[in-house]
Design a protein around this ligand. Structure first.
Ligand code: GN1
Ligand code: MG
Length: 383
């Protein structure tokens, strides 16, 4: 999971130390308020107010991102690209330099902090309620990918090595399973383990297509879940994709699959119980239809053909990651209570199951959106 060891654990922050950190950046002092912000599972995020303006202050998780400063240069490259194409109306949060002129601040415990502007009048949505919101999501992701296609994938540095390397996540899961004695005696773990093992073959599908050169590496967001999409408070238009830490070369199919994974399960990633978990086709179709309208000119036939596969893969991958983290003692994803990662793995796997049941409908939907014929490649779970 890209977790590198760091020498010193990051220190918990007092209010006073947060103020000192925020005031090290080029913003009007004094800072009026600082409070925790958002629901990110990796970085620590705060909303800072100073002189009537609002900012987002983040401590980048150094155990996850080996080179935090690379993230900042990728965001700057995206910002330059967005300025070259104002017609796409894509908003990028502006990075604010430190008073010393650096893109980030390194504190003595080794943490790297950055400060960005908060996009004004923008709100997140807890879930998608209307097809119009779904179309906005698809349009935004399509515009984002179109904007980035003029950049060679190599123009972006790798910020998180191994991210969305599903075969590597599978290998890590299998090795954690071997190490943790007695894990499979827990019936909840055993149900998830069986589910994952039965679908091992799925982990290779996109990686194999990439290795055979059938689908290209492109610049991707990496984490286009609903929480990372901002909508205009008044007009409801989707304005920006935030959380740009995993902006890096990757497969566009991972972005498409992840966006649908998150938006189409309207009960969310941490619902209580699995009963409400479902892949909502009435949300998926407007997302993908609007996405296709932006991208069908350049997306390859091979990529389009693998979209149903990507839709099944992303909840499988995230479920594997949650399950592995549970086995490894909750070291990667933040949890509020023990057992949360296991519960969340079960939810992602329930979503995979619903996607499998709807396989035929999903292929038909992808075909309609891209005006082509796409066949579901593998309906059944494979040994
Ligand atoms: C993590 O930190 P956050 O919440 O933006 C994770 C994503 C997962 C997501 C699930 C770097 O994102 O891959 O899909 O949780 N990010 C990283 O909510 O691992
Ligand atoms: Mg993220």
């Amino acid at each position: 999971m890209g977790r590198a060891e760091i020498d010193e654990a990051p220190q918990p922050q007092t209010h006073a130390s947060l103020v000192t950190i925020a005031e090290a950046f080029e913003i009007p002092a004094p800072v009026a308020t600082i409070e925790p912000y958002g629901r990110g599972l990796i970085n620590d995020t705060f909303r800072v107010a100073a002189d009537g303006m609002c900012y987002v202050l983040q401590r980048i998780n150094g155990a996850v991102f080996p080179e935090p400063l690379r993230i900042m240069s990728n965001i700057e490259a995206l910002d330059r690209q967005a300025r070259l194409h104002p017609d796409l109306g894509f908003r990028v949060p502006a990075l604010i330099a430190t008073r010393a002129g650096d893109a980030g601040l390194r504190t003595p415990d080794g943490s790297v902090w950055r400060l960005m502007t908060l996009i004004e009048d923008a709100v997140g949505l807890p879930r998608i309620e209307h097809p119009e919101q779904a179309r906005e999501v698809g349009r935004l992701l399509g515009r984002f990918h179109t904007l980035l296609q003029s950049l060679p994938a190599e123009a972006m540095g790798v910020t998180l090595p191994g991210f969305h390397d599903t075969p590597a996540y599978l290998a890590r899961f299998l090795s954690a399973l071997e190490r943790v004695e007695g894990a499979r005696n827990d019936p909840q773990i055993e149900t998830c383990v069986r589910f994952a093992i039965d679908r091992q073959a799925l982990a290779m599908r996109l990686a194999d297509a990439r290795d055979r050169g059938e689908i290209p590496l492109r610049v991707t967001h990496g984490d286009p879940k609903l929480d990372n999409i901002l909508f205009d408070r008044n007009s409801g238009r989707a304005l920006a994709l935030i959380d740009l830490d995993t902006l890096q070369p990757g497969l566009i199919l991972h972005d498409i699959g992840d966006c649908l994974r998150s938006c189409c399960n309207r009960s969310g990633e941490s619902a209580n119980g699995h009963t409400g978990v479902a892949f909502d086709l009435a949300i998926a179709e407007p997302i993908l239809g609007a996405y296709a309208a932006q991208t069908r000119d350049w997306l390859s036939a091979e990529e389009i053909a693998l979209i149903p596969e990507a839709i099944r893969l992303m909840p499988f991958e995230l479920g594997l990651r949650f399950l592995t983290d549970h086995l490894e003692g909750d070291r990667y994803f933040k949890v509020a209570e023990p057992g949360e990662n296991l519960r969340k793995a079960g939810i992602q796997f329930a979503l995979v199951e619903d996607i499998e049941v709807k396989a035929e409908d999903i292929s038909v939907m992808v075909s309609r959106c891209f005006r082509t014929t796409v066949k579901w490649i593998c309906r059944q779970a494979e040994p």
